[in-house]
Design a protein around this ligand. Sequence first.
Ligand code: PRP
Length: 195
Amino acid sequence: MAETDGAPSIWYDSDIQHVIITEDQIREKTEELARKIAADYAHVDSILLVCILKGAVMFMADFSRALGREGQAVELEFIAISSYGQRATSSGVVRILKDLDRDIAGRHVIVVEDIVDSGLTLSWLMKYLESRTAASVEVVALLRKPDAIKVQVPVKYVGFDIPNEFVVGYGLDFAERYREMPYVGVLKPAVYARV
Ligand code: PRP
């Protein structure tokens, strides 16, 4: 069974091989990132946070509230995108499932990501947002896998660099499950065999 900050065992714990980032570590890192970003954007009236659905939804919720506690006003936007065909292609072509609801011209945008894996999603999104003439576009990513990167994307704010393993939890899924886990862990190989 996985260690989960002393919390009682829940169904997903037995599917986890080991914990990578605990709930406490996520909270502390989120607060640290919010402090840094609030200081860097002290001159900005309101930051436009753009959450990439679905994986980043937990981080968006916690990070936006942490920024609020730092006194930084934010507005929340959501975008959903999906890769065309194989994820592993170098083209990184994606299609938009849900676009932004408003014009971002002249806005200071921070893209909120749960994880940068190959970098293909972000690489495409950065070009898309810049083409819509935002005043600035930066990225905050809770997790990054340096060994999986295929396209270099400038990610200004990173929570944790993690090994190239299949991780789930805190928004990250396997077959749409495990997103509700409050921590990030590596899935047991036996779980893949069941599918
Ligand atoms: C995941 C994750 C990132 C992206 C990172 O999303 O949430 O958005 O992959 O991978 P990349 O760096 O290789 O592009 P996914 O497409 O699995 O959709 P989801 O967020 O709805 O789970």
